[in-house]
Design a protein around this ligand. Structure first.
Ligand code: BGC
Length: 877
């Protein structure tokens, strides 16, 4: 067939409508209306309707008892039903994405939906789907990774599962909330094409394919407008273009202007009406600034959901669903098993190698092991989830230590040692004195009435209890705006030291001087919740080190920041007993990473592991040649200084309540690992395509998403192929997107691309199908994830060299071959993202342009490993 570019404009008219002409009031009902919603609407007074636009009691809508409209109940989301007592705690969102298993995501959703029904919850505040740009985002653990196709498959399945229980899923956070840094004020500058190709698709498919009940607007601004008053995106795109007919609610205290929000599509202000108040809107309606039709539309949306999910048909609480149930545990266990990613598995350094079969360190052989040392801060207690509103309290959580010990039973000794002190102990142990002679313990505190430490000192004092500084508790009753703590740290020996300042939450502002030099600067805003400055003390200058820590309230009335400081010496931080245990054990499992205190909502986190953990890994690896590192994190961490010293690495994410059991099964081979990275792991932070513009430009609140569509692996792939005169030097990722090892090996053959015209509901479309043979060439049963990317046949650098368009998990016995078929996008209504397999968004015409003949189809092991390729054009009729 001659090569002919088939350019199809799918949605020009719609796009022009939404990007050029904006109608900021949605006044028409969007779907066939149930008589009940119209009848209730007509009986409500304007006053009652205005009251319904704000939440109440933290997590409820306002009901109208006169008409039998109940108050609808909400709960976080997204990893379990967080509120109203303990609940099944699933693996975090990124772990779920790492399963590449939409069927499992649907089961997770259905389990959460059932748990919600057992608590009478109408709205589950999840899934969280903000695209991963860099490892720093404190909430990456909740989200589904860096790729819009993978994220949308997981999200659609999760939502369908939740909603199958008549609970409205609430997809969040719409839009551009890709970091936790200063989240109320940052303005995400995202180009139209990146919006369409990267950031919107997951929301679009949630609306079009899963008919999601609710959407939550984020805190930040996007392209100049706070999301709760961003009519262009809320109305122009979400409602009019995607056809969203559910409830658009604000994030908690993310509304900043009641009238603007009302006219920009916000239906519900949560947790209560602070801006979209009865009073404000009554005046606005009287002055014609907000129309009654606009108010009606908001109420109609809520009533429509209530009718659709049968919330008006009787008690929503289903007492016959046990809150603690074994089905839920089973699903949580499956998610933990499938989500863990084996990143490294070295060959055994054994002399048997020449004679015996080649062995890898993993899986460990239970019959050849007498003892194992489980070491590290994440070994016990369990860290099933990260911190913030996603932090579910499980009925029980199996830590890595317990999982391993339970698995091995009493025949094998499982030793445990934390290895390094808890952060709180670092803070307690720091040796601070108010004078350089070391005679008075503590730090001197001065309190100022102005935020810049210039005002009248309102009072002074000594902070006893040394380094645990609780601004709120220690400050005198007077109003203070800034504080200065000063004193001396007395090093006992020469060496490398870490000064740690912990200051979680969005109101944190501080700076640290060591010997009058600025060591940490978070005066405008803290980048991270945990901040570390390195300090070298030479033998000749073991002298008192002057410490000055200043901090301030972020704004008048804001809660005082909670700041803690400690200084630890790296060489003495590792507990010698942990080293001794590791030395005598047959294998060592070192569990490092973050936890809810160090990674979570409200702050970002550093790329580096928390203080002391690298030293711990190195110390254990030096004495045990079977050292396996298990990482708990929401994304990539810095492994440069220890990766080559250890024999195995498993990324466990936040694995949920059953994490310990799943880890043990993987370590000992009962489960063959099948998780694949849903994000790229970079070697160095500066390798990340978003690195230079992940935070706002200096002196502004604007975060320019300069990498455009080249986020994550799209950026790495293009950069690797970048011309020599490229202004940046790029490195290959350490572990590419889609990467994950198995205890089996797999072979692929006979890749074929087919397309056929299909029609459904009078709409014609094209179905693309990729087929191939997959064979398990190993000795164990295993599941492989086949990843289908497309690549342009000619590259001018404007189209990513790889884009994921399909994937499948295939379970294979040793030696078994299966013929696998993957539909790219499945069913294809032309206006849906599924029609866009071979498309790019054209910013000139504001529409999709499809050109299948310009692409090849790649069957890959991961974004860096192409196994087979075939032109798409042979199938482009
Ligand atoms: C979070 C939301 C959450 C809400 C209610 C906010 O701080 O950003 O994701 O649903 O709190 O807890």
């Amino acid at each position: 067939m001659p090569r002919r570019a088939v350019r199809v404009t799918f949605s020009l008219v719609l796009a022009v409508l939404t990007f050029a002409i904006f109608d900021f009031a949605r006044q028409q009902p969007l779907s066939d209306d149930d008589p009940r919603e119209e009848s209730l609407l007509s009986q409500l007074t304007l006053d009652e309707k205005l009251d319904m636009l704000g939440g109440v009691d933290g997590f409820y809508t306002r009901g109208v008892s006169r008409l039998g409209i109940p108050s609808f109940k909400m709960a976080d989301g997204p990893i379990g039903v967080r509120n109203y007592g303990p609940a099944t705690t699933m693996a975090g969102g990124i772990a779920l994405a790492a399963t590449w298993d939409p069927a499992l995501a649907e089961k997770v959703g259905a389990t959460l939906g059932a748990d919600a029904r057992s608590k009478g919850v109408h709205f589950l505040l999840g899934p969280g789907v903000n695209i991963y740009r860099a490892p720093n985002n404190g909430r990456n653990f909740e989200y589904f990774g860096e790729d819009p196709w993978l994220a949308s498959r997981i999200a659609v399945a999760y939502i369908k599962g939740v909603q199958s229980e008549h609970v409205a899923a609430t997809i969040k956070h719409f839009l551009g909330n890709n970091s936790e840094f200063d989240r109320h004020n940052t303005d995400s500058g995202i180009g139209e094409r990146a919006l369409r190709e990267i950031y919107l698709p997951v929301f679009e498919s949630a609306v079009k394919e899963a008919h999601v009940g609710a959407v939550m607007d984020s805190y930040n601004l996007t392209n100049g407008a706070h999301m709760t008053q961003n009519g262009r995106l809320n109305i122009g795109v979400l409602t009019k273009e995607f056809g969203f007919d559910g409830v658009l609610m604000s994030d908690w205290s993310a509304t900043y202007d009641g009238v603007a929000a009302a006219n920009a599509g916000l239906d519900l202000e949560m947790p209560s009406a602070r801006f979209m108040t009865h009073e404000t809107l009554a005046v606005a309606v009287a002055h014609g600034e907000v129309s009654v039709a606009t108010i009606d539309d908001k109420i109609r949306r809520l009533l429509r959901l209530a009718v659709r999910f049968r919330w008006l048909d009787g008690d929503h609480t289903v007492l016959s669903i046990p809150r603690y149930n074994l089905e839920g545990r089973e699903v949580a266990l499956q998610a933990a098993r499938e989500g863990m990613v084996l990143l490294k598995n070295d060959r055994e350094p054994t002399s048997e190698a020449s004679t015996a079969q080649l062995r890898y360190v993993l899986p460990l052989d239970k019959s050849r092991i007498n003892s194992i040392a489980v070491i590290g801060p994440d070994a016990y207690p369990a860290a099933p989830v990260g911190g913030g509103s996603a932090r579910v309290e499980p009925f029980h959580a199996i830590s890595f230590l317990e999982g391993i010990a339970n698995y091995l039973g009493s025949q094998v000794r499982t030793y445990y040692n934390r290895g390094i002190p808890a952060l709180a102990d670092d803070f307690r142990a720091a040796n601070f004195f108010t004078d350089s002679n070391g005679s008075h313990s503590g730090l001197a505190a001065e309190y100022f009435s102005t935020p810049d430490l210039q005002g009248q000192t309102s009072s002074t004092g000594i902070v006893l209890g040394q380094s645990t500084i609780q601004g709120g508790n220690l400050a005198p009753t007077q109003n203070w705006s800034s504080l200065r703590y000063s004193g001396y740290f007395m090093p006992k020996a020469a060496g490398e030291y870490d000064a740690i300042v912990q200051c979680p939450g969005e109101d944190c502002r501080f700076r640290l001087y060591i010997n009058d030099k600025l060591a940490l600067d978070a005066w405008d805003h803290a980048l991270y919740s945990l901040n570390t400055a390195h300090l070298t003390i030479n033998a000749i200058d073991i002298s008192p080190q002057k410490i000055v820590l200043e901090h301030k309230r972020s704004r008048a009335g804001a809660a005082p920041p909670r700041v803690r400081i400690g200084i630890v010496e790296e060489s003495t931080i590792v507990d010698p007993q942990a080293i001794a245990l590791a030395k005598q054990a047959n294998a060592a499992v070192v569990c490092v990473g973050f936890d809810p205190e160090t990674e979570g909502e409200g702050s970002d986190r550093a790329f580096e592991l928390p203080p002391g953990q690298e030293a711990l890994i190195r110390a254990i690896a030096a004495v045990n040649h079977r050292t396996i590192v298990v990482i708990t994190s929401g994304g990539a961490v810095d492994v440069r200084r220890w990766l080559d010293r250890v024999q195995g690495v498993i990324e466990a994410w936040y694995p949920g309540q059953e994490g310990g059991t799943a880890l043990a099964e993987i370590l000992f081979g009962t489960v063959n690992p099948s998780g694949r990275l849903p994000v790229t792991f970079e070697r160095a932070p500066e390798d990340n395509p978003a690195h230079d513009n992940y935070y706002p430009q200096k002196g502004t609140n604007r975060i320019e998403y300069k990498e455009g569509v080249f986020t994550g692996y799209r950026g790495y792939q293009n950069a690797i192929a970048a011309p020599a005169n490229s202004t940046r030097t790029f490195a290959k990722p350490l572990f590419p997107f889609g990467f994950g090892l198995s205890y089996s090996s797999f072979r692929y053959a006979n890749l074929a691309v087919n397309s056929s015209e299909i029609a459904r509901g009078g709409i014609r479309g094209k179905l693309w199908q990729i087929s191939f043979d997959a064979t398990n060439t190993g000795t164990r049963a295993g599941t492989d994830v086949s990843e289908i990317f497309i690549t342009p046949t000619k590259s001018d650098g404007t189209i990513p060299l790889e884009q994921l368009k399909g994937f499948a998990r295939t379970e294979l016995k040793p030696g078994e071959t299966r013929h696998v078929t993957i539909s790219l996008g499945g069913w294809i209504p032309p206006e849906s993202i599924n029609a866009r397999v071979f498309s790019t968004w054209d910013e000139q015409s504001h529409s999709w342009h499809s050109d299948p003949a310009a692409y090849e189809v790649l069957l890959c092991r991961d974004a860096n490993t192409i196994l087979l390729r075939a032109p798409a054009q042979s199938a482009a009729h």
